[in-house]
Design a protein around this ligand. Structure first.
Ligand SMILES: [Zn+2]
Ligand SMILES: [Zn+2]
Length: 166
């Protein structure tokens, strides 16, 4: 398995990109690299009726464009959705993932960054092979709402952590 993660975002989200890269390094020990993109590739996958980004199509496009021996995480400011859900905070498929900051916003910047760290740790966990976890404190718990995100921790629980090392 590759141990390198490329984190991309448009320039407007460079701080968020830095936090995402730092989180992946701290939580999973990945080597990270940042990539600033002129134009957010999420713009290519907007569903004009919903005015939201089709997250799966975006993640698949990222996989095609940035295929290589590394994981790819993209940070977008646009609202994203998947399948039957009204929205999602992020989505991962194989070696590519996206996290949207759109629904993580909070008047307190620290709170916003904490949410971002959790969603990044969740999607990177998926790329590393972790599935959803029933423990509400585990970062791999599925967030149905932002409350779930606020209640969970930033780290995988011991059970999930053990699966990572297999
Ligand atoms: Zn998930
Ligand atoms: Zn867990």
């Amino acid at each position: 398995m590759p141990a390198r993660l490329v984190v991309s975002s448009p320039r407007s989200l460079s701080r968020e990109r830095g936090i995402a890269a730092e989180t992946a390094a701290i939580v999973y020990g990945l080597t990270t690299e940042e990539l600033e993109l002129e134009r957010d590739p999420a713009l290519n996958h907007v569903n004009p009726i919903r005015r939201q980004v089709e997250a799966l199509r975006l993640v698949e496009a990222l996989a095609r464009e940035y295929s290589g021996n590394h994981y790819h995480l993209h940070i977008t400011g646009l609202d994203i959705y998947f399948d039957r859900f009204n929205f999602c905070f992020g989505l991962a498929s194989s070696r590519s993932a996206v996290v949207s900051t759109y629904r993580l916003k909070h008047p307190n910047a620290e709170k916003f960054f904490e949410r971002l760290r959790k969603e990044v740790a969740h999607e990177v966990g998926h790329m590393l092979g972790l599935k959803h976890c029933p423990s509400p404190r585990c970062v791999m718990f599925f967030s149905n709402s932002i409350l779930d995100t606020d209640l969970k921790g930033m780290e995988p629980c011991p059970k999930c952590r053990a699966l990572l090392n297999k």
